[in-house]
Design a protein around this ligand. Sequence first.
Ligand code: NCD
Ligand code: ZN
Ligand code: ZN
Ligand code: ZN
Length: 396
Amino acid sequence: EVIDGRGQILLPGFVDMHTHLREPGREDTETIDSGSAAAALGGYTAVFAMANTSPVADSAVVTDHVWRRGQEVGLVDVHPVGAVTVGLAGKQLAEMATMAAGVGRVKMFSDDGHCVADPLIMRRALEYSASLGVLIAQHAEEPRLTVGSVAHEGPTAARLGLAGWPRAAEESIVARDALLARDAGARVHICHASTAGSVELVKWARGQGIAITAEVTPHHLLLDDSRLETYDAVNKVNPPLREASDVAALRTGLAEGIIDCVATDHAPHAEQDKCCEFSQARPGMLGLETALSIVVQTMVRPGLLDWRGVARVMSERPAEIVGLDDQGRPIAVGEPANLVLVDPDSEWTVHGPELASVANNTPYEAMTLPGKVTATVLRGRVTARDGKVRPLGEAR
Ligand code: NCD
Ligand code: ZN
Ligand code: ZN
Ligand code: ZN
């Protein structure tokens, strides 16, 4: 198969450290099949499927299933993320070693459900992770500061009468975990950093020699809390959309390498969980198919990042952070490659029902965005081309 890439940009396949695929448990919103299609269309060759499934991915039974199912689908490597504790808000550490040794080879453990908001559990988890050489991904939300909160604590939320979620809920955990990681000799990864203060704290911690890394989502790079004016729950997300000054700081932080990478936090939700009152709706938004376009819009077009930088934040850094040795690195001649071809000048208009995800909760509905993925290649096999996926075994 010959692909004419003239005038286009060739990049290493993207790696998403933060994807919710909802299988097992909520296949009415996403499956490993549909999520893999969304990932391939978005230019991804590896995604990390978060642990807040039902049952929770707190054992090798679940994490091995996720890996195997992803390989059967064959569109993207679906790396399972294990839960830090047994159950989502558990008190007992999960058997990370067993999950790490399974066929799913779990490399990262997360605390969806905020179990490691408990400092003692986090401290023990970091010590355990250091001994295993795995990574703890911290969602950085102090639940005792976010009770009943649905929106960023600031002028917009106050005016609209929405309960505010303060920056301190995130930043206190970032600061605390930097110090706990230091003491444990562990690495810690901050999920979906959303405030200017988090950027400052990560910078400070790294200056102290602490092994801290951080991601930012596409939506926190583009959207701010003025979106809440409509009360449309599609804009409800954890952490909440913040103020324009936070958006600016996140962009600069990503450009300067303080924020390491972009991760989608792709979070499919059913219509009935998004159409209710803002306070009742589930948090989260789709991200896989639109991530590159948002990075082009917020970082490349304004001159904050060149295409070399896109390769770094979408592929190389996430692969390095999680320790994937077959992604995000230079490819030797003759080696099957993970690649994505991007048309930098093309534009497209987002329509939720046309996305490959089962759920439709995109915050970019009807927006025209730059930068289309022309083709995605996983180990030499084309997995998506011109907006269509190529399922395994499909004849050409
Ligand atoms: C995520 C989800 O829906 O699973 N929601 C979200 O708003 N980000 C959970 C999470 O990452 O915190
Ligand atoms: Zn989260
Ligand atoms: Zn998430
Ligand atoms: Zn349409």
